[in-house]
Ligand binder design. Structure first.
Ligand code: F6R
Length: 240
């Protein structure tokens, strides 16, 4: 794993943008695997700014997102489909039909997981952006998820519900279940870019880089990926 330590969040975002821009410039019809959460917001801002200023085009780009809460309406401002539209897609020239995410309102969750797995088989991510949970999760793969799991529905852990409750009016409003790509779908990406910022991620980052490869710390599987780059700020790297 390549580790890049930056001074702060802004520098982390700038470095992540540099790597992302390289992928889109080299291959204008790249498949981008994207994440939600606070961590990639600075990267997305830079992508939007660069598109506006320099005209970098996303017309041929396709995207696949990691995960989506179960049961939220797509118009809900807490849904990840809404997050992606507001924070990235509406600022680019990307075709909405080229953006993909699990349907959190699917009537048949198993069929939805099978649909998403087939989609991922047909379009391998050229780069997969990831954040990391304070418990070491990637996407919504919580500790204990088998490394060979594909897209599935998960019961979120109390720690994830607590972490994510900051974005909801009340903790009771945080959905208890979500659709998520599995570690196997993530590991299939040609290249991984994992980002981490802040002291609350330091322990998870230590496990990611130097810990035992164990399903108890889902991110540790990335040690086995042939092309994985971690960009993290000094606070997140403080235990390395
Ligand atoms: C988001 C996702 C999550 C987050 C992680 C970190 O799509 O899959 O694994 O990347 O929970 O979240 P933030 O960035 O909000 O600290």
């Amino acid at each position: 794993m390549k580790v890049i330590i930056t001074k702060d969040y802004e520098e982390m975002s700038a470095k992540a943008f540099e790597l992302m821009k390289q992928v889109v410039t080299e291959n204008p019809s790249a498949v981008l695997g994207l994440a939600t959460g606070s961590t990639p917001l600075g990267l997305y801002e830079r992508m939007a700014e660069d598109h506006k200023k320099n005209g970098t085009s996303y017309k041929q780009v396709k995207t696949v997102n990691l995960d989506e809460y179960e049961g939220l309406d797509i118009s809900s401002d807490q849904s990840y489909v809404y997050f992606m539209r507001e924070n990235l897609f509406r600022h680019l020239d990307i075709r909405p039909a080229n953006t993909n995410i699990e349907n959190g309102k699917a009537q048949d969750p198993e069929a939805e997981c099978a649909r998403y797995n087939a989609l991922l088989e047909s379009m391998r991510q050229d780069i997969q952006v990831l954040g990391i949970g304070s418990n070491g999760h990637i996407a919504f793969n919580e500790p204990g998820t088998p490394f060979d799991a594909e897209t599935h529905v998960v019961d979120l852990t109390e720690s994830t519900i607590r972490d994510n409750s900051r974005l909801f009016a009340r903790i009771e409003d945080v959905p208890r279940r979500a659709f998520t790509m599995g570690p196997k779908n993530i590991m299939n990406a040609r290249r991984i870019l994992i980002l981490a910022s802040g002291a609350n991620k330091a322990k998870a980052v230590l496990g990611l880089v130097k810990g035992e490869v164990t399903e108890q710390l889902p991110a540790s599987v990335l040690q086995r990926h042939p092309d994985c780059t971690l960009v993290c700020d000094e606070a997140a790297a403080s235990l390395l």
